[in-house]
Structure formats: C-alpha cells, structure tokens
Design a protein around this ligand. Structure first.
Ligand code: PMP
Length: 426
C-alpha cells in the first residue's frame, strides 16, 4: 500500500536488553514523546558534516565559512518547513523550554498572558517569572469547543487593551489529544492578543504551517523530532524579539561594544536572530533539526500519519480490551490525537507497572506526571501531596503510565506492548 510507509530507520532499533525472566529481547522504545530516537538519515548527515565543522560567523577560514553557511541554511530550511511568513524569524534555542523562556523574556512590559492549566510546565511556568506580566490561568476544558469558549471569555474580560499573549499546546504530551489551535488563534487575534503554540508534540507527527495555523510563534525541540538533544526552535514574529534586550548578553549578540563618555560600556545589539543567540551556536544541533525536517517532508507527512493512525488504533483498541485500564483524556476516547497515550491500571502503582513492562518485556515507557502536574491531577483525580519532581515522581499515588510512538516504531513494538499490558493485568 503506497499510502502507508514502513517504519523509518532510526538509531538503536537493534539494541538487545536483558529480561528478568531470563534471555533478552530487542528494546521497544515507546517513549517518543520524551525523546524520539534519531533518524539514521539525520545521523548520517551529521556524521558527513562533522569533520568539516569549524567556528561559525567569525572565522575567516574555509571550514568556518562552510559552517556559517550550513548554520544559516539550516535556519532557512526550518523556516521553509514551518511555512514561515515574510519577516518571521527563526531563533535556534536549546529546547522548547528554552524557546518559551526566551519568548517570556522578550514580552513587552505589562503583557497579559493567558495559559491553560493543562499545559506542560515548559509552557505553564515561564510567564510568572516576569514581575511586570500578569498571568491568567484557564481551567481545563472538557471539549475543544469549551477551550475556545473559555479563552474567549477570559480575553473578553481583559481591560484595558494592551499587549496580550495566549500560550497553548498543539498536542498534549499527556493525552496525545489535538487542541483546536486554529480556533484559539482566531479568538486570540479577534481580541488583539497574540498566540504562541507549543508544538513539541505536534511537529513530529503532522505538517505544521505557521501561516495556516495563523499563530504568531511556534516552539519545538529537536530531540522529539528525530534529531539529537541540545537544539530547539522559536519561530515567528520578529518585532517583540527585536524590541527586547538580548536573552543572553555576550558575543554574537552584540554588533558594537565601546566605552561611553563616563566610562560605561555601551552596546549596540544585533537586530536579527543573532540578538538572542549569544555565544557559539549549536551548529550541529541546528543542522540535525534541518535534516530531520527534510527527511520527514520527503517521506511525506500523509504517509507517516496514515501509518501512525494504524498504530494508534491498535493501541486504542488494545488498551480498551483490558479490564481496569483507564486511558486519560480531556476530550473523549475518539478525539483526534497523535501517538501518545497515558493510562492507569486499577490496583497497580503506575511506576511498578512501567518497571514490569521494562523488566519483563523490554519495553521502555514512562511513568509519572509528565511535567504537567495540574493536568494529570485533574485526570487521575483529587490532589496529591506527593508531587515528586518532573521525573519518576516516586511514591506519588496519582501518576500514570505513558506510551508514545512515531515514525520509527515497528508494528511489533506496539503489538508486544498491547500483549504485555493484557498479560500483566491477568
Ligand atoms: N512542551 C511539551 C508539550 C512537551 O511534551 C515537552 C517535552 N516533554 C516540552 C514542552 C519541553 O520540551 P524540552 O524538554 O525539549 O524543553
């Protein structure tokens, strides 16, 4: 069937791991939502470039020129991948967390920020750090329509009109559900607010077009997009980025530095992306992201999505058939989603269940509150005093198990997972 692709080659697909029951098995990486394995193609591109890398932007030598070109071409490739508009800027950051913190740092004084309590902490927490910004937290909606209504009401209640920003996730890292980004963007704009979309969980699964979504900024991470760790992207409107002080002060961000009449240091900062990329940039990380963007585009998101739909159906039906398994959802079991499911199992501590999947079946999932504590609490119920950190949340009774997959996942991993859940429960 030409409309469905085979799993894309990724690193680590042949790694064998020991089982407590004896023997060993091929590792089933089912934690793509945290970090996806790198595409073989990305790794090959990086390996081919690695011997040539040199200092960027300031070096005079041939390899420096090559690296500078490669870095700037990567920026252009990412802009094309996201469908950036004329005048949009692509800033290379360390991650989605870094991208959203950068945006928080450049908000005009007095900006009103609107954010759903359901967000990943990377999208929930950066705004509050600005003392001159007012944050409105919106309650968890139970339908996509309610999300739009809730935002509409909050925006309508804001007075007087000044700068405002809505921050919303495109696909939840807990439920995998898609949020009505286009409608939320329309609501934001109708009230004179801007919108930033946390696309960390959407970009690996669907073609994202910044113009079509009509959002002002998009943030995502390379390591969830089949590239290695260490690089992310903030793309979108240039004005707030240009008008604010640099995110980091240092070389690369400064165009001219001198001493003023009374001896103080005077700085003339760059206006473009370099303004927020002080220090030596992560050329390899940026190149790897651009390579992943190209690989996914060439493969075709339609074909990738068709294959993912089959895996999603297998997991949805597989989990529904096991008594006591409760899939976490805001918008209902049939809501459009990406390949991310969180669930609890009656009578099981989720950490123990995840540990058993690893030890007995060689399956790598994640357990915890997935850096989205308010959302997981809402979905699992009640309030917990044992919050734990962003990681394993050991001892927290309200944690869940998350399984997530993507372009490199073979059918066998999903089949093994579904069978293992059934066996463990039995
Ligand atoms: N937003 C969402 C929706 C995420 O899933 C994640 C990663 N779990 C982040 C933001 C943060 O990404 P990073 O850790 O790469 O900064």
């Amino acid at each position: 069937d030409r409309s469905v692709c085979t799993p894309l080659p990724v690193l680590g697909r042949d790694i064998r791991v020991p089982l407590v029951t004896g023997g060993e098995v091929t590792y089933a990486a089912l934690d793509y939502a945290a970090s996806a394995p790198a595409l073989q193609r990305v790794w090959d591109d990086v390996a081919a470039y690695a011997p040539y890398y040199g200092s960027v932007h300031r070096g005079a030598g041939y390899l420096s020129q090559l690296s500078t070109e490669l870095f700037e071409n990567s920026r252009a490739d990412v802009a094309a991948f996201l469908g950036c508009r004329e005048g949009d800027q692509v800033v290379f950051t360390r991650s989605t967390t870094d991208s959203l913190n950068l945006l928080a740092a450049v908000l005009p004084a007095g900006t009103r920020v609107f954010v759903f309590e359901t967000e990943h902490h990377a999208a929930l927490l950066p705004w509050e750090r600005r003392a001159d910004v007012e944050v409105t937290y919106l309650d968890a909606p139970r339908t996509p329509g309610q999300a739009v209504e809730t935002l509409e009401q909050a925006l309508a209640a804001r007075e007087p009109y000044g700068p405002a920003l809505v921050c919303v996730t495109a696909a939840s890292n807990v439920t995998g559900e898609l949020w009505p980004v286009r409608e939320l963007a329309a609501a934001a704009h109708a009230h004179g607010a801007r919108i930033v979309v946390d696309a960390a969980q959407l970009v690996p699964h669907q073609q994202v077009d910044i113009e079509e979504l009509d959002c002002d900024w998009i943030a995502f991470s390379g390591h969830k997009l089949y590239a290695p760790f260490g690089a992310g992207v903030l793309a979108g409107r240039a004005d707030w980025l240009r008008d604010a002080d640099p995110y980091l002060a240092g070389g690369g961000a400064s165009r001219r530095v001198g001493r003023g009449a009374s001896g103080e240091v005077e700085v003339d900062w760059h206006e473009g992306a370099a303004r927020h990329e002080a220090g030596s940039p992560n050329v390899i990380g940026a190149y790897a992201i651009a390579s992943a963007c190209k690989a996914l585009t060439e493969e075709g998101f339609d074909r990738l999505a068709e294959r993912e739909r089959q895996l999603i159906s297998a997991v949805r039906e597989g989990l529904a058939a096991v008594p006591g398994v409760r899939v976490l959802s805001l918008f209902g079991p049939e809501a459009p989603r990406v390949g991310v499911f969180s669930f609890t199992v009656d009578g099981w501590n989720s950490s123990h269940f995840a540990a058993a999947l690893s030890a007995e079946y060689g399956i790598g999932v994640r357990d915890g509150l997935f850096c989205a504590h308010p959302l997981v609490r809402t979905l699992v119920g009640g309030a917990s005093s044992a919050d734990g950190g962003c990681g394993s949340d050991e001892g927290a009774p309200l944690n869940a198990i998350r399984v997530s997959f993507g372009a490199g996942t073979p059918d066998e991993h999903v089949e093994r997972f579904v069978a293992a859940v059934g066996e463990l429960v039995r």
